[in-house]
Write a protein that binds this ligand. Sequence first.
Ligand SMILES: [Zn+2]
Length: 130
Amino acid sequence: MPIDYSIYPSNWEDIRLRILDRAQDCCEHCGLPNYAVITRQAGKAYQLHANCDSFVSAKAYKAEHKEAFPRAITIILTVAHLDHDEWNHEVSDDRLAALCQRCHFHYDRADNDKRKAYGKHYKKNQLSIL
Ligand SMILES: [Zn+2]
């Protein structure tokens, strides 16, 4: 689901960098490092090809090894809202986590299904009864 940064706090980049630093630039669920080049295998298994220090170097590595690892992907860490409330501009760091694509997708899956069913702002300005 595309990210609408217009609803995020204006200092989101600072927050994002602080969370990635706290996580030591690794996924806080599976431990994969940011910009690792891997090939996913069955289940949670993967083959690690390289730990790169940037998206650009990971892209270059994949291009150079395209024949050997045709299905290689680059791990890109993003910051997940653990309560799925990106409208909360006062979110505390313990409600945020650095996650790789796969872990973020799995964590958000149920919430994304609700957004598809009820619209992307289904939770905005709603009180929780739970
Ligand atoms: Zn992960």
